[in-house]
Design a protein around this ligand. Structure first.
Ligand code: WTA
Length: 656
């Protein structure tokens, strides 16, 4: 519990409170604490009635027979017997209801090329693409991997899968070839969709080449569909005859009509791999109906989406934020959104603010790590732009430090925009804790109150309510993960291990304050949140031990000024091996190859041994104390206490 207590200390001085701006509240979907409270109480008293009513807003080919089936908990089913289609609700519904000419995507490539698509145009592209997928033999239930840059075709590919009932698994384009292989093998993907390349910070990423390496030995892959990124980009791609197809060739002659498949509410919609506490990422399963209803409503109320909004979520579609709050949530609400391909600091630090000004962005959703980077780059990049179109700001991915919150509020939001600090996870499908912008007085660094239908609690290990402890969610909600692909046991052990399986366990520590607000204190397991990206320390450790010179390793998370947390690796090498910079480089290259550059450790330290208990358990707590330069806790249980002194000295020498 000591980690949480430290976080508790650092946040407990924070008493500032910001009322929702009156001008904002006036036009908001949900206005006033009393309305929120009444609606919340209603949603908790009878969740089935509540969610049933929400679902009526959306299109169903056949209405459900039962709203929630909890008979096989924790394998919950929502909207049982209902038939629907998410792509239909994201696209066709708007066209049918006269919103077809509303711009859906205002896209900007990193080099400055632009594309705009209305909902009608997007629907047409999705239909063509869905027919192309069918032409390649893709059917309902088949898994399709997607490895694309942030181009409109990414949204098209995802929605085309959803339209025909193929299960998409988007792999963030920063992942390495090995990561592609692991994911494709785990889910048995038949097809992988990629591009010749994409841009990132002025460089071209040769994505097809990475895919080729990744799938070289993947027996499930029958075809590779390659999209031309277009614009000035041209990358030579080796095309394997019979397996690889240019998208333009497959699309040619396809029909613009493709009726949306009538899918069962519990048909698998997508898999998204995320890190856990073992070396193997988990394929988080989300199904159609519940995820649809949950992302629809959370997007509508938390971002207070209105017809004239220009919404911009800066996440990549490769992460859950992009799934729920670029594709599915905002599109079900028919909002216009900005999509940007590249880095925030290309060609200069002002790129995001130039985009906000150009498209008159009203709603801006980003991560604390980005906010801290903006702060570092300096206010002048913002003050020279007109940001007056902004009316709402959001953050996600990690706890936001109050200093960054205050800066975001003042410099980006001009003190007039409410900030929604949204806590949720890949597994929860949508936002669980967040202020409602027209309702909730906010506190810097605090995710505040639960969304409708969500009943959180802070509990001890034993299940007793506590002011600070483990976050728990007491009831199922429509967006809850349905499992880990191919591993029901791990699903139960990971999320339902505590409190005799009575509540969902997210793996985060939290505290409740005097107003009943929830403060998230960070992970309580061996998952580190680097720039909002979850990385399992075990994943890195298993990479290092593959090196012939390495005996063992322990990886920990340490505070990092910009990234929130960074990784430090303690590595024990064989007596015969050289402990030199060359070895460090080799280890870093192994991380790049096994996971991706974003998982590189900040520091690697060689040691002759690691601090262990007499039963051989590595004491990570002591390693964290060393890395943070703290007085060491109790070392009497160590098998060899001299090891920590040696490591402490080595660490301090290296930081001088
Ligand atoms: C952390 C991202 C504090 C948390 C949507 C969670 C947060 C993990 C917040 C999930 C927040 C996310 N405040 N911590 N507003 N949002 N987290 O699956 O530790 O990539 O368990 O989902 O990020 O990360 P994931």
């Amino acid at each position: 519990m000591s980690d949480q207590n430290e976080a508790y200390q650092s946040y407990s001085h924070e008493h500032r409170k910001f009322a929702p701006p009156a001008a904002f509240s006036k036009g908001a979907h949900i206005f006033g604490m009393e309305t929120y409270q009444a609606e919340y109480d209603r949603s908790i008293a009878d969740p089935e009635k509540y969610w049933g009513e929400v679902a009526e807003d959306l299109h169903w080919f056949k209405k459900w027979d039962q709203t929630l089936d909890a008979s096989e908990a924790p394998f919950f089913k929502w909207f049982v017997g209902g038939k629907t289609n998410l792509a239909y609700n994201c696209l066709d519904r708007h066209v049918a209801e006269g919103r077809g000419e509303t711009p859906a995507l205002l896209w900007e490539g990193e080099p400055g090329d632009r594309r705009q698509l209305t909902y009608r145009e997007l629907l047409k592209e999705v239909c063509h693409f869905a027919n192309a997928l069918k032409g390649l033999g893709i059917k309902k239930g088949d898994r399709v991997a997607i490895y694309l840059p942030m181009i409109p075709d990414l949204a098209v590919a995802v929605l085309a899968c959803a339209r025909i009932g193929a299960v998409h698994t988007v792999i963030f384009a920063g992942f390495s070839a090995d990561s592609i292989r692991d994911r494709v093998d785990d889910c048995g993907a038949k097809l992988i969709i990629t591009a010749d390349g994409g841009y990132r910070r002025g460089k071209v990423l040769a994505l097809k080449a990475i895919v080729d390496e990744g799938i070289a030995d993947c027996s499930s892959i029958e075809a590779v569909l390659v999209i031309r990124r277009g614009g000035a980009l041209s990358v030579e791609c080796a095309m394997q005859a019979g397996r690889d197809h240019w998208a333009e060739d497959v699309l040619e002659g396809t029909s613009p009509d493709c009726p949306a498949e009538e899918l069962d509410a519990e048909d698998l919609l997508f898999l998204l791999y995320t890190s856990g506490t073992t070396g193997k990422p988990k394929g988080i399963m989300h199904t159609t109906g519940g995820y649809m209803v949950y992302t629809y409503l959370t997007a509508k109320y938390i971002f207070d989406l209105q017809a004239n909004d220009v919404y911009w979520c800066t996440a990549d579609v490769g992460w859950i934020t992009g799934h729920s709050y670029i594709i599915y949530g905002p599109m079900q609400n028919g909002v216009t959104q900005v999509m940007y391909e590249g880095a925030p600091d290309f060609p200069d630090y002002g790129r995001f603010w130039e985009i906000v000004e150009r498209y008159k962005v009203t709603t801006f959703y980003t991560a604390p790590t980005a906010i801290r980077a903006f702060m570092k780059w300096g206010d002048e990049w913002l003050t020279k732009r007109d940001l007056s179109s902004l009316r709402l700001l959001g953050t996600v991915g990690e706890p936001i430090n109050p200093e960054a919150w205050i800066w975001y509020h003042a410099v980006v939001g001009g003190e007039r925009c409410p900030i929604v600090d949204t806590w949720w996870q890949t597994e929860t499908g949508g936002i669980m804790l967040s202020p409602l912008p027209g309702v909730t007085p906010t506190k810097p660094g605090c995710a505040t109150l639960p969304f409708f239908g969500i009943e959180p609690a802070v509990l001890t290990e034993e299940g007793d309510p506590a002011d600070a402890g483990l976050l728990a969610i007491r009831k199922p909600w429509p967006g809850i993960l349905r499992g880990i692909y191919g591993d029901a046991q791990r699903f139960k052990e990971t999320y339902w291990c505590k409190w005799k399986g009575a509540h969902y366990f997210p793996g985060d520590g939290a505290r409740i304050d005097e107003d009943g607000y929830f403060w998230i204190l960070g992970r309580v397991d061996d998952v580190v949140n680097v720039s909002g990206h979850r990385i399992g320390t075990a994943e890195l450790e298993s990479v290092f031990v593959e090196h012939p010179s390495v005996v063992e390793s322990a990886v920990i998370g340490v505070p990092h000024e910009i990234k929130g947390q960074g990784l430090v690796a303690f590595v024990t090498v064989k007596m015969s091996a050289k402990h030199d910079e060359a070895l460090k480089k080799e280890l870093v290259t192994m991380v790049d190859k096994a996971i991706g550059k974003f998982a590189r450790p900040e520091r690697i330290l060689f040691s002759s041994d690691l601090p262990k208990t007499r039963s051989g358990k590595i004491m990570r707590r002591l390693l964290r104390d060393i890395a943070e330069g703290k007085a060491l806790g109790n070392t009497t249980t160590l098998a060899d206490p001299s090891i920590v002194e040696q490591l402490q000295k080595q660490y301090a020498d290296g930081t001088k």
